[in-house]
Design a binder for this molecule. Structure first.
Ligand code: KG4
Ligand code: ZN
Length: 386
């Protein structure tokens, strides 16, 4: 089996895993297959600087799952197993590197759909055994959470809202392996809610971009939709009641008029999106208040995940941050959604912080970032929530 732990990492010597001597620089292959994107990337880490993405390949599986109206775990696992090595080859070719030029391999070991996670971990272990490169297991959520460091070299500690089709949580990110969860969804993830609302209204999938486009023409005030959990203290969120309220409003329209006009759809989308933005804004204010209690020297807030692509939500949170004097960061969309560059980066951050353990490589469907807080409730459409 491949060597899992760095053999020696000594700050003075710059001796890296695998015994190679470097100049404070690491180059890792990242592998991601926890959901419905098959991805490989090569990233270079130079101490104190943002990362350099030498190659990033992402193959989506949307067309494979489209006939079933959701991600089918068996189909996802098979497609990952078939396409992963091709993605790795492509990433190496793009970077102009061979496996022998790398310092290590980082692979998503959870949370996610277990078949896909196992495909990635087995490939990484196989490559490690064949090359002698160290293999580091990475938590997929840590990949998202550390992305502002990959893109901007953001210093710890920062506040993060991770919002995707499978996840929703506020985190204080204090180190490569130090995550403190302030709250998260108790039911649906927001991207899931966008997708379901789109489905209810006959809009295409993925629902987020379709709902956002329709909302631009809509009147957000027309339908009175709830702002779930605002009446309760804390940073937990809920989106399932909001989605049901959209369903009821739609059914009322259908009963009254026998159908829906484009304007009805647009108004419902605008109302839904505004309700989500209102909830995020208020919960973000609360999360900022908790984060500020620790007097961070350079207070910053970052969003990540597919829903971070929503311009209305971004603009709203940027305003909240400006009012509280926080720097606001939203990574480019290709790094908000699932990718392997964030996995390579998170793996190198773990190696450099010397927090790699052999257990990291155990494939896990659930794997909360904040072990003290345990997992969130519910189970997303794209697998178990962390
Ligand atoms: O991070 P991601 O690519 O995959 C995971 O869920 O891990 O996020 C996909 C989710 C989908 O539910 C999609 O509808 C949502 O992000 N999304 C958006 C927008 N673009 C994508 N939601 C709201 N507004 C958008 N513009
Ligand atoms: Zn993700």
């Amino acid at each position: 089996m491949a060597q899992v732990l760095p053999r020696a990492w000594q700050a003075g010597n710059r001796r890296v895993p695998g015994g190679r001597v470097m100049n404070g620089q690491l180059t890792y292959l990242g592998i991601e297959s926890s959901c419905d994107d098959t991805a490989a990337a090569i990233v270079r880490h130079q101490r104190g600087l943002p990362g350099r993405i030498l190659a990033s390949v992402v193959e989506g599986q949307a067309t494979l799952h489209a006939p079933f109206g959701g991600v089918v775990p068996e189909i996802a696992a098979r497609a990952h197993a078939e396409r992963l090595d091709h993605c790795v080859e492509q990433a190496l070719a793009q970077a102009g590197l061979a496996l022998g030029d790398l310092d290590g391999i980082a692979v998503t070991a959870g949370p996610g759909l277990i078949g896909g996670v196992m495909s990635g971990v087995m490939l990484a272990r196989g490559l490690g055994a064949a090359t002698g490169l160290p293999v580091v297991g990475v938590n997929h959520l840590a990949g998202h959470a550390l992305t502002p460091r990959l893109t901007d070299g953001l210093p710890f500690p920062y506040l993060m809202l991770l919002v995707s089709g499978g996840h929703c949580q506020f985190l204080i990110v204090a180190g490569p392996a130090q995550f403190h969860r302030l709250g998260g969804t108790i039911d649906d993830a927001p991207g899931e809610a966008f997708d379901k609302v789109a489905k209810l209204l006959g809009l295409p999938q993925p629902g987020g971009p379709a709902v956002e486009a329709a909302a631009r023409m809509g009147d957000a005030q027309r339908f009175a939709l709830p702002r779930p959990l605002l009446d309760r203290p804390g940073c937990d969120l809920s989106f399932s009641g909001l989605k049901t309220a959209v369903l009821r409003a739609r059914d009322a329209l259908l009963a009254e008029k026998g159908g829906m006009t484009e304007q009805d759809r647009a108004d419902l989308c605008a109302g839904f999106q505004q309700a989500v933005a209102d909830v995020f804004a208020e919960k973000t204010r609360r999360a900022i208040a908790i984060y500020q209690q620790e007097n961070p020297p350079a207070p910053a807030f970052a969003i990540a995940g597919g829903v971070a692509a929503n311009q209305a939500i971004r603009a709203r949170l940027e305003t909240v941050c400006a009012a509280d004097g926080l720097r606001f960061l939203a990574p480019p969309l290709r790094l908000c959604t699932d990718n392997a560059a964030m996995i390579a980066w998170a793996g190198m951050e773990r190696v450099l912080a010397q927090v790699v353990t052999p257990d990291d490589l155990i494939p896990r469907p659930r794997w909360p970032l904040d072990a003290e807080q345990g997992g969130m409730l519910g189970s997303g459409k794209k697998g178990a929530k962390a």
